[in-house]
Design a protein around this ligand. Structure first.
Ligand SMILES: NC(=O)C1=CN([C@@H]2O[C@H](COP(=O)(O)OP(=O)(O)OC[C@H]3O[C@@H](n4cnc5c(N)ncnc54)[C@H](O)[C@@H]3O)[C@@H](O)[C@H]2O)C=CC1
Ligand SMILES: O=P(O)(O)OC[C@H]1O[C@](O)(CO)[C@@H](O)[C@@H]1O
Length: 381
């Protein structure tokens, strides 16, 4: 038996990781979450349901046989991490500092009581470049003994997520997930994962992650923001709208051209990385999830501004990407905290200052001017 711990038992934690581990008999899964509501629901029923949209069929999977604990530093949750072989951190980038502090506390126990078992930690986010920060946060203030244990026994690896997994909210026990491409994982790991479906080791993760976030998540975020502008609640509705689909195709075309100039990757490799085979049926994917946190999604290096800068640097067209950013700045979903902060900033400081602060462009940058001009046009339409 091998032990997997999923920290962050939300949509992806349950709908992808928990579901795929449940198909691998060697693995025992423990979910950890800071939200008592998530854990209460998982324990109450002892099972949850995932609708898996595969290429061949839509599978109905009742997942059970797991343990679930709140992250309280009590014996049960500590025990799970002390004996884990694989620890998935399936949380948003801003949640890492708190999660690291928690795991680090348990590492003190693990180093003493179970020092010889190795551990691979896999970080599941759409943000590139986080691993050095995570590594530094772990080693900061470790005493010599703990540091030596950590450096010999623990590896922290980045991943590229090629899945959409959605539900009514993160507590839901009814999840849907499109399973057509694997999770790419930076090697080497400290344990063999060949028996887990949809997990695949892959070199050049940093470069490929940049590319994937630009080419897959860029158009996807554009779909959410244009979808919101047009009053849709799912990405599916926008893509069924001929005009909406055509706009997203243009965004994709611009980003793809930029990538082919910027990175040493062939068209064939690019397709392998980023073209999702058609699943049986279209999984409903909400504008809410895909658009969530526009402050991160519209930041300088992220999917849309990063893509626009790349195209501009190569003197390639980027006008649809710029329009998508402007749609993003109009995103005002009331239950999205970051969207509300963004709207407050625009209201208080004006669009020029907001774009400068959110997207990171200088006041002189043509991109800032073009984004602002599109924003005004779209707002007044
Ligand atoms: N759902 C999806 O299809 C995809 C998600 N991702 C990424 O995967 C990560 C997770 O996304 P989702 O599962 O959709 O989010 P979610 O919001 O559904 O779930 C996140 C869970 O993590 C828990 N959590 C947050 N901080 C924690 C902490 N310090 N300790 C313990 N639990 C904590 C929350 O309570 C929540 O249950 C994010 O980085 C997201 O960008 C990336 C691609 C696809
Ligand atoms: O998880 P994030 O970064 O908030 O963005 C959601 C994006 O992640 C994905 O689920 C997969 O990368 C896309 O479907 C979607 O565009």
């Amino acid at each position: 038996m091998a032990n997997a711990v999923i920290l962050g038992a939300g949509r992806l934690g349950k709908g992808f990781l928990g579901e795929t581990l449940a198909n691998a008999p060697r693995w025992h899964t423990t979910f950890l979450d800071k939200d008592a509501g998530v854990i209460r629901k998982l324990k109450e029923t002892g099972s949850y349901h995932v609708q898996v949209y595969r290429k061949e069929c839509i599978e109905e999977h009742e997942v059970s046989g797991y343990e679930a604990y709140e992250t309280l530093l009590e014996p049960q949750d500590c025990h799970a991490i002390v004996y884990a072989d694989l620890l998935f951190l399936s949380i948003y980038p801003q949640d890492f500092p708190e999660a690291i502090a928690y795991v680090k506390e348990i590492f003190k126990m693990r180093a003493k009581t179970n020092p010889n078992q190795k551990l691979s930690m896999l970080c599941l986010t759409n943000k590139n470049g986080m691993i050095p920060m995570i590594q530094d946060a772990f080693v900061k203030d470790m005493n010599e003994e703990l540091l030596s244990w950590f450096m010999h026994q623990v590896v922290i690896r980045d991943t590229i997520i090629r899945r959409s997994t959605d539900a009514d909210d993160h507590r839901s026990l009814n999840i849907r997930s499109t399973a057509v491409l694997s999770l790419l994982i930076q090697p080497p790991l400290t344990i063999d994962i060949a028996d887990i479906e949809w997990l695949e080791l892959c070199d050049d993760i940093a470069m490929l992650k940049d590319i994937k976030v630009f080419l897959v998540n860029g158009p996807h975020a554009a779909s959410a923001y244009l979808g919101w502008y047009r009053g849709y609640t799912t990405i599916n509705e926008l893509l069924e709208d001929e005009d909406g689909a055509a706009f997203i195709q243009e965004v994709t075309k611009e980003i793809r051209a930029g990538i082919l100039q910027q990175y040493p990757i062939s068209e064939e490799q690019l397709d392998k990385l980023s073209v999702f085979p058609k699943a049986k049926g279209d999984m409903p994917d909400t504008v809410y999830r895909v658009g969530k946190d526009p402050l991160r999604k519209l930041s300088y290096d992220d999917r849309l501004c990063g893509s626009a800068r790349m195209c501009k640097a190569h003197h390639l067209p980027y006008e649809h990407i710029v329009q998508a950013i402007a749609y993003g700045l109009l995103y005002d979903e009331k239950t999205d905290e970051a969207a509300m902060q963004m709207q407050m900033l625009i209201q208080e400081k004006g669009i020029i200052e907001a774009v400068h602060q959110i997207c990171g462009f200088s006041y002189q940058d043509d991109l800032l001017k073009e984004i602002c001009s599109w924003y005004v046009r779209l707002k007044n339409k």
